[in-house]
Design a protein around this ligand. Structure first.
Ligand SMILES: N[C@@H](CCC(=O)N[C@@H](CS)C(=O)NCC(=O)O)C(=O)O
Length: 242
């Protein structure tokens, strides 16, 4: 049995869940408590970040290493093309999604959380004790507004440009590289889930997101592409009824 140690709302954990679902694998999830739970994670994996996948005797950290492990152990359906040039394109896009796109999406979400106590509370792990949950909700709006307004505005502009480019790509093709689903689609889809939370994020978050992006008319087809990718996969066992 595969066991995924995760923060439910981490985009990198979402990426691994999408890979597991694309491979039609059943798995269980262990929700890690930030802080204390990461000590256990360190004992398990030798490092403190999620995602970590336990596959029998093997304990694997890092979403890309996990995806490559699954590609090797469960080759069907393939998420990396056989053609070397296409394979390189997939891996380059995956790396871009995990770094540049991830950083910009996280910054945009952090800014939104700074202004929106409801979103801030909803994003806390379900294992968060109630007093801490209330304390986080009570932090005054605007705490993150001094992130550096000029840097933040420039990053936001770059994010919007990337999203427009992705929208242009996905308007013309169902998949980013080649004719079938690949790791590139899943890595990009996972990061987009920080900007508009999908149904699998749970009732308190689904449909919410970063204002100005999740509701931007030009980006609707991109978010619909994202949702269609997820809808094409087997159901998420983490999507417990709320
Ligand atoms: N490159 C890693 C990034 C993983 C990562 O950034 N995980 C974050 C959650 S999104 C984390 O565990 N943060 C907690 C920490 O660094 O203490 C991957 O692809 O898995």
């Amino acid at each position: 049995m595969l066991e995924l140690h995760q923060f439910r709302h981490s985009a990198f954990c979402e990426k691994v869940r999408l890979v597991l679902r694309a491979k039609r694998l059943s798995f269980s999830v262990v929700e890690v408590t930030p802080g204390l739970g990461q000590l256990d994670l360190f004992r398990l994996s030798g490092q403190r970040q999620v995602p970590v996948l336990v596959d029998g005797e093997r304990v694997i950290s890092d979403s890309t290493t996990i995806a490559l492990h699954l590609e090797e152990t469960v080759p069907e359906p393939p998420l990396l093309p056989a053609d070397p040039a296409q394979r390189a394109e997939v891996l380059l896009l995956e790396d871009w999604a995990d770094t540049t796109l991830a950083q910009r999406a996280r910054l945009a979400l952090l800014q939104t959380m700074g202004r929106d106590p409801v979103l801030r509370e909803a994003l806390l792990p379900e294992v968060t004790p109630e007093p801490l949950r209330r304390a986080v909700g009570a932090i005054p709006a605007g705490w993150a507004s001094d992130l550096g307004d000029v840097v933040a505005a420039r990053e936001r502009q770059l994010l919007m440009e990337s999203l427009e480019q992705l929208a242009a790509l996905t308007a013309r093709r169902a998949h980013l590289v080649g004719a079938t689903l690949s790791l590139a689609d899943l890595a990009v889809a996972a990061q987009l889930s920080l900007l508009r939370f999908p149904a699998s994020a749970g009732a308190s978050l689904a449909g919410r997101g970063v204002p100005g992006l999740h509701d931007h008319p030009q980006l609707q087809p991109l978010f619909e592409w994202r949702d269609a990718i997820e809808a094409s996969l087997t159901p998420d066992p983490d999507q417990a009824p709320m």
